[in-house]
Design a protein around this ligand. Structure first.
Ligand code: SIN
Length: 487
């Protein structure tokens, strides 16, 4: 077992956090959390199941009764403190994240700051939950609309962002008076548990933020989706799993938010600044080794600049250093598992068999099974699986288009609709294409589009609901109409 070198060893928790207590599983079972770079075990974590999950839900229901009575300002103070503690412990949280997720340390530091920003943002936004006074419908009536916390929130979060995907659900829920039962990904529970420790230190009362760790996702998920005390279910993950969870939530008519898969196109028009487009496409393709839902999945380049783009793009990618996320100078870390590498290899093999050219990379690296080489594919066609499937790895397929209409048609030819990007210096095209793209988010000459201040979310089978921004509170609130008569 590796020992992580933390300034504050108290942040490395291995028990689950339920009703303000650190607990093992009822049956004493644990599961191993491993470092994707080395395969070494970092920790053995409590492996909870259905019974413990239900106890967490009941504790959450009880705890929120007094939390919802507090003023928004009182709740805000706790969230603000949580934010401050995340930043004070940024380096330790980043070390834990790189150890369990594999992303390079610089990206982990960035994610901790990003995650903390949701706590700060919703600490403020929670104070701005307004209702309405509706004009009288008859002379003796008064009608008002108030907003109330929806109730216990169940959240299921992914391994690719072990911190920020939690805070962008938990912070708005807590800000408006809800409580949370969180099931973090089994690959990355340690970041979630460290967040629970910091929430406790910030003064969050017991039962409001529960972390149920475990590898039996169906058993835990069945309780989170089926227990009638849970009023809202929020999920970030794949589209197929999201669909199953939505169906399960339908049995008790829970409100759901789904942040699901993507197939992000990057449109590069001939009138773009090509160097800017190359840098941007690289930025969005290789973030977290290609393992984000908004990573470029297809790069679409106009005919007349295609060869120049591929050449410049390949030259830059050839300079990337693949390696352990802790090693100085590494640009790209490992994929989460060897299974993930094998899936990426399948996609590359399929493209090559159908005529794609590999201009750099194209294989699992000698560093180990989890390390996939940064790869560029040229001469793509729409019958290749990379045109339809989410790659979730460091492979950049570069397609060709002949005009704007074809580019938009290709971009929209997918069931997904999360993020799209375009590079152009033409203002009219910017508007036309932004409006025509069937996506929840569009970056124009910009790929770093995420922030706590913007509404993150997709259309079509990429999901429903928005996280972050002023809209990020809506999913945690019920709207109640009150009609007062006889006045
Ligand atoms: C994701 O991959 O789902 C999240 C990316 C982000 O928040 O920027």
């Amino acid at each position: 077992m590796t020992t992580l070198q933390l300034k504050d060893a108290g942040l490395l928790k291995t028990q689950a956090y339920v009703n303000g207590e650190w607990l093992g599983a009822d049956n004493g079972n644990t599961f191993a959390v491993t470092n994707p770079s080395t395969g070494e075990v970092i920790a053995q974590v409590a492996d909870l199941g259905a019974a413990e999950t239900n106890r967490a839900i009941e504790a959450a229901e009880t705890a929120m009764q007094s939390w919802r009575q507090k003023t928004a300002k009182e709740r805000s103070a706790v969230l603000r403190k949580w934010h401050d503690l995340m930043l004070e412990n940024q380096e330790d949280l980043a070390i834990i994240m790189t150890a369990e997720q594999g992303k390079i340390l610089a990206e982990s530091r960035g994610e901790v700051a990003y995650g903390a920003s949701y706590a700060e943002w919703f600490a403020e936004e929670g104070k701005r939950v307004y209702g309405d006074v509706i004009p009288n419908t008859t002379a003796d009536r008064r009608s008002v609309v108030i907003k109330q916390p929806i109730g216990v929130v169940a959240a299921v979060t992914p391994w690719n962002f072990p911190n920020a995907m939690i805070t962008r659900k938990a912070a708005p829920a807590l800000a408006v008076g809800c409580s949370v039962v969180l099931k973090p990904a089994a690959e990355t529970p340690l970041s979630a548990l460290a967040l629970a420790e910091l929430a406790e230190r910030a003064g969050l009362p017991a039962g409001l933020f529960n972390v149920v760790t475990g590898i039996n996702a169906p058993a835990i998920g069945e309780q989170l989706t089926g227990n009638p005390l849970v009023k809202k279910f929020s999920f970030t993950g794949s589209t197929p799993v999201g669909k199953q969870l939505m169906a399960l939530c339908a049995t008790t008519v829970k409100r759901t938010s789904m942040e699901l898969g993507g197939n992000a196109p990057v449109l590069v028009f001939a009138d773009a600044d090509l160097d800017k487009a190359v840098a941007g496409a690289i930025g969005t393709k290789f973030r977290n080794a290609g393992q984000t839902c908004i990573c470029a999945n297809r790069i679409l380049v106009e005919d007349s600049v295609y060869d120049a783009f591929v050449e410049k793009f390949t030259a830059k990618v050839s300079e990337f250093v693949l390696g352990d996320g802790f090693a100085e100078g590494t640009h790209i870390g490992p994929l989460i598992t060897d299974k993930a590498s094998a899936k990426v290899q399948d996609l590359v093999d399929d493209a090559v068999a159908k005529g794609a050219a590999v201009t750099v990379g194209g294989q699992v690296d000698a560093l180990g099974e989890n390390f996939y080489q940064p790869t560029v594919l040229a001469n793509l066609s729409n019958d290749m699986r990379v045109s339809k499937e989410e790659i979730f790895g460091p492979v950049a397929p570069i397609f060709r288009f002949s005009d704007e209409a074809e580019a938009v048609k290709m971009a929209n030819d997918t069931e997904f609709g999360l993020a799209a990007y375009m590079f152009t210096e033409n203002m009219s095209r910017t508007w036309r294409v932004s409006e025509a793209l069937e996506y929840g988010m569009v970056g124009v000459n910009e790929v770093a589009i995420s922030s706590e201040m913007i509404p993150f979310g997709g259309v079509k089978e990429s999901g429903q609901g928005r996280e972050g921004s002023k809209y990020g509170l809506d999913d945690y609130l019920e709207t109640k109409y009150i009609c007062m008569g006889g006045i």
